[in-house]
Design a protein around this ligand. Sequence first.
Ligand SMILES: NC(=O)CC[C@H](N)C(=O)O
Length: 195
Amino acid sequence: MTKIGILALQGAVREHARAVEASGATAVEVKRVEQLSEIDGLILPGGESTAMRRLMDRSDFIPALQAFGRSGKPIFGTCAGLILLAKEIEGADHAHLALMDMKVARNAFGRQVDSFETRLDVKDVAGDLNAVFIRAPYVVSVGPDVQVLAEHEGRIVAARQENYLCAAFHPELTDDHRFAAYFVKMVEEAQKVAL
Ligand SMILES: NC(=O)CC[C@H](N)C(=O)O
């Protein structure tokens, strides 16, 4: 069975595991670099990107995750995970994994709307997805290889570039698992290509 890891250093791990299992794959909590060799795809959950980065640096996760992505294995970043994937972060000197050709802004929806829920049309996923945003980032601009999957009020909130997928919101916080199912399918397709 397809095994999907969830980076379990910090953040919303259990909800992603539930969504992955509901979509027919096996979920694995990834806490050590060595576990990356056992999984077919990886989810970078929401949480706090700066805290995650600190924990990742303790065990050399950055180069290991970059190699994982460059080998063609799919990675899905949600919220803080989207920030980890971006090549450029507005107002910051350094990016983290720098795997997706896009610039992102952190906490970009403003303080007065710390969190909100809205209905989104996500290309190839669902026309009516309930999306929960929590101190969410958004994508400011994308390179030519990045496909925009969803926008909210003119801001990009979901995108895909080859084996990389990202969402500014938390698809794991509702009982609608269509976004997780889309990622599971991406992982299954990548496995077929690798055979
Ligand atoms: N819910 C989230 O993941 C919020 C992301 C967080 N604001 C960050 O910058 O990392």
